[in-house]
Design a protein around this ligand. Sequence first.
Ligand SMILES: Nc1ncnc2c1ncn2[C@@H]1O[C@H](COP(=O)(O)OP(=O)(O)OP(=O)(O)O)[C@@H](O)[C@H]1O
Ligand SMILES: [Mg+2]
Length: 220
Amino acid sequence: MYVLALVTQKGGSGKSTLAVGLAVAGMETNERVAFVEADPQGTISKWKERRGRPYPRVDRVADPAEIERALSRLEAEGIWLAIVDTAATSNALAMHAIARADLCLIPARPSPADIEAAIPTIIAIRRLKRRFAFVLNQTPPRGCRLTEAATSLNSLGVLALPYVGQRNDHQDALGAGLGVTEFAHEGRASEEIRELWRWVLKKLVEGSFDHEQHANRVAG
Ligand SMILES: Nc1ncnc2c1ncn2[C@@H]1O[C@H](COP(=O)(O)OP(=O)(O)OP(=O)(O)O)[C@@H](O)[C@H]1O
Ligand SMILES: [Mg+2]
């Protein structure tokens, strides 16, 4: 089972919105996707209440031991991808989500405040030796702020592609209990999320391949 965590202590950068978009896009590949919601704010479980469909399922957790139990249960049930949505704090829950993740995604809007706020998260991820990528979210169509933000994020680590534009479809999909790819199947927002999902999946697969190679080297 792959574990993907959305983390950054900057509030409103798009962790939950991207988590929902990617989960539903991921379900187009394989339906067995689940959420672990490590945020008392409950954005994902409220979305799920509006959704009125059984999948993806959402397990809420309130402490690190519960994350562990939830992930073990999901793996035993044959879940293929668990997405952990975290709160905008660097609490023990977020740290545990990072420690368990095959890949951490750090959403940032193209503003210095979002990029600066991500730094403690990057330090924690590096300390825990996890893999991560930034996702530039809520981007304007063009402009120098965008280029500057992309340059700073590239200097700090890997920047996922494509950037995710500021589009109402993301907000409307969240309100309707849908993923953006369900809400506006052919829209630009859906195209970007599907493409981002393919990028993320490639990184997840590459990561597990590296891990296997390493295990074989150690064993051999
Ligand atoms: N690409 C986007 N286009 C338009 N609106 C967006 C986009 N991404 C996020 N939003 C909106 O921005 C707001 C904040 O997003 P979201 O709740 O996903 O952030 P968050 O990082 O999970 O916040 P928190 O830290 O409070 O959990 C929401 O209203 C969401 O719909
Ligand atoms: Mg959130």
